[in-house]
Design a protein around this ligand. Structure first.
Ligand code: BG6
Length: 314
């Protein structure tokens, strides 16, 4: 019998909620809860956790899990009549045993396909029939890849429109030592100023107060440099033109029941999203949004982080 642990394992998580554990042969791993289709853990091959999950989150439906990668669908934030960030993050997803073929070949065995379809009850809240397929995969180097495929299955001939985000909570050593590269000089909507439009000035983005911004028409690659950890997260995205950057800082942290008072120091949300131009699908049409995350050692140049190498490198 092989002593190797399974690449994909179904297990019980907090409060008996079902989760799937993905393991890559070199040691990296990820965990996905069926509740929310929610990635709650991504570890590198040293077993270090790369995502932030609040110590205060209760894993108690119908509250969404605070941390990891909540899926915002079919509405980002309060940009519409639905509950904040839509309902996908507090529905129970199923394992999709027979997903339609993927055009890109994944050599990794460590992947899982999930599916969300509306119940009759759900259709009272959002009167549309859809299939939301999520694939979560670990690459051989420990990269985490999420692919969302959303199809309009309405039989009444009606299109539907949605906004979307992978609300990723990255774990960082100290928020005041973190910078984000790739968003400088871009336009953004400031959620703290009634979504007024501004242009980002100057260099990399650093953090010294609450931030809640929707950057528009962003590049496909964004880097988060964690100076203290000497680690850089690289996000690559496709079909997701916008990027939300959020840190609640101290006051808002205290106001959130499912978030520790000081936890804002150790997290940063950079969310690959489609917000400014909502997606419309006619019956039979499918949209795809892909996010690939990697964590690499930061490169140094005379004691300084060298973001250009990170952004230009592969
Ligand atoms: C961010 C929004 O994406 O999510 C913020 O830009 C919001 O405005 C944050 O506060 C958290 O939202 P929630 O619904 O998970 O508390």
């Amino acid at each position: 019998m092989s002593s190797e642990r399974a690449a994909v394992e179904l297990a019980k998580g907090v409060n008996g909620l079902e989760k799937i554990i993905l393991r890559e042969t070199r040691g990296s791993s990820a965990e996905v809860y069926l509740y929310g289709g929610h990635v709650t853990s991504w570890k590198n091959d040293h077993g270090e956790e790369l995502l932030f999950v609040s110590s205060k989150t209760l894993f108690k439906p119908p509250k969404p899990i605070r941390g990891g990668i909540p899926l915002c669908f079919p509405q980002f934030s309060n940009l519409g009549p639905l509950e904040s960030h839509g309902f996908a993050r507090n529905k129970f997803w199923s394992i999709d045993t027979d997903p339609p073929a993927f055009p890109t070949n994944s050599s990794s065995k460590a992947h899982i396909d999930l599916i969300l379809k509306p119940s009759e009850e759900d259709m009272k809240i959002w009167p549309h029939s859809y299939e939301f397929r999520l694939r979560v995969a670990l690459g051989p180097g420990g990269d985490l890849m999420l692919t969302s495929r959303i199809r309009n299955t309405n039989s009444d001939g009606k299109p539907f429109t949605f906004t979307f985000a992978y609300h990723t909570y990255f774990s960082v050593s100290d928020i005041s030592e973190v910078r984000v590269e790739g968003l400088e000089t871009l336009d953004y909507l400031d959620n703290l100023k009634s979504r007024e439009r501004f242009t980002e000035q100057g260099d990399a983005i650093t953090f010294e107060r609450e931030v809640d911004k929707i950057y528009l028409s962003t590049p496909t690659k964004i880097a988060i440099l964690d100076h203290e950890k000497k680690r850089t997260f690289v996000l690559r995205k496709d079909g997701l033109p916008d990027a939300v950057v959020w840190n609640p800082w101290d006051k808002k942290a205290k106001a959130m029941a499912d978030f520790g008072d000081d936890e804002y120091k150790h997290m940063l949300c950079v969310e690959a999203a489609a917000i400014e131009k909502p997606i419309t699908l006619k019956p039979g049409e499918e949209w795809r949004g892909r996010l690939e995350l990697s964590a690499v050692p930061s490169s140094y140049c005379s004691g300084q982080l060298d973001p250009q190498r990170v952004l230009q490198g592969s």
